[in-house]
Design a protein around this ligand. Sequence first.
Ligand SMILES: *Cc1c(COP(=O)(O)O)cnc(C)c1O
Length: 392
Amino acid sequence: MPPEPARCPVSTDHPAFSFIDRERDPAEWAGHPPVPLDADDCDLPTPPHIVEAMRRAAREPALHRHPRHPGHQGASLLREAASGFLARRFGVAADPETEVLVTPGGQEAMAHLALARLDWDDVVLVPDPAPPSYAAWARFCGAEVVRVPLREENGFLPDLDSIPADVARRAKLFWICYPHDPTGAVATRAFYDELVRFALCHDILVASDAAYSEIYYDTEPPPSFLESPGAMACGIEFHSLSKAYTVPGPGVGFAAGDPRVVGALRAVKTHTDPGTFGAIQHAAMTAFTDTTGYPDRLRAVFRARVKLLCDGLEEAGLEVLRPRATFHTLVRTPAGTTSERFSEELRHKAGVSSVPGTAFGPGGEGYVRLTVCADTDRLTEAVRRIRAARLV
Ligand SMILES: *Cc1c(COP(=O)(O)O)cnc(C)c1O
C-alpha cells in the first residue's frame, strides 16, 4: 500500500461521472444511443406520499426562510424520526439532540467531514475499490491517501491486520462503504466489531457511508457500523434518502455517531450551508415514518431487475458477481483484456454503457460495473445486445 504521489489540490473530475458524461454526448450517438447502465441515479420517481408531503409543506411561508434554525442541526422532528429509524432498523440508540445531524444528502456531508477533520499531511485510509470521492476530498485537504485493498476472496472487506503499524499510527480517518459500491458486498457485524477495536486502538475516526443500507437482496438486512459497541465513540455514519426512499433530487439525509464529530460537522455547516429546505425535511420525516411498505416494494423491483440482468449476462457467457445489495452488478472482465477496454467494447460493439472498475481505484481492474437503474424493457434490450455482440 504505497502512498499515492499527487496529493495536493487536484482538479480531476469524478472519474465515474466524467465517463458517464462522455457516454451521454448526444453528438456521438445520434439516433443510436447506448442502453445506459452506467449511472447510479434511480430511474423510478419519488413515491407519491413523499412528494405529497413535500408539496404540502412547500406552501408554508414559514418554511420559505433560511432553514438554518435551530442551530443548523435540522428540524428536531426530523432528527427524532432519523433516530427512530436507527432504533427500529438497527437497534442503535442515537440522541437526536447531540448525535444526529440533518444533512443535504450523503455526498455533501461526507465532503464536509473531510473539511472538519483533516489537516495537511494527515493520512486517510481509503478502500480500493471505493467511490472515488473519498480520495478526492482527502486531497482537497492536502491529506495523504493510503489505499486499503478489498479482495474478492475476503468478501471485499479490508484486512485490518495487513495495514502497516506506521500507517495505522498516522491515519486520522478511515472510509468504509457497506453495502459496497461498486461490488454490492455487505459487511458483517464481526467485521464492524473488529473495526471499532482497530479504530479505538489507533485513534482513527471511522466514516461509514451507508447510502445503500436499504437496497439489499439477502433475507437478513445489512447491519450498521453503529451497532458495534464503542462505535459511537469512534465513528460517524452517513445515511441518505437518495437510494433508500428514491429521493435523490432534493438531497437530504442525516449523519449520526460520535457527538464530538457530529458537533464538528455542525460547526462546519454553520459556515457553509443554510440548512435543508423545510419542505424537503418534511418529506424526509414522512419517509422515515413510512407505513406504506415502500422500501419493500422498491427492493422487490430491484431484486427482479438484478436477476434479469445477471441471468442474461451469464447466458451470454459472462461471469457476474451477483450483488447482495446496491443497484450494481460487477461483470468480470474476460481474460486478455482490461476493464477500460472491455467497457469500451460493451459500448461500441454491444451499445451498452458501463463504468470500468478502475474508475473506483486500481483495485477495480478486472471488473466492469453495470447498474440496474433501468426498466425491464431496457435491461432485456441490453442483454439481447450483449448476447448478439458475442463478446466472449
Ligand atoms: C448515492 C450515494 C450516496 C448518497 O449521496 P447523496 O448525496 O445523498 O445523493 C453516497 N454514497 C454512495 C456510495 C452513493 O452511491
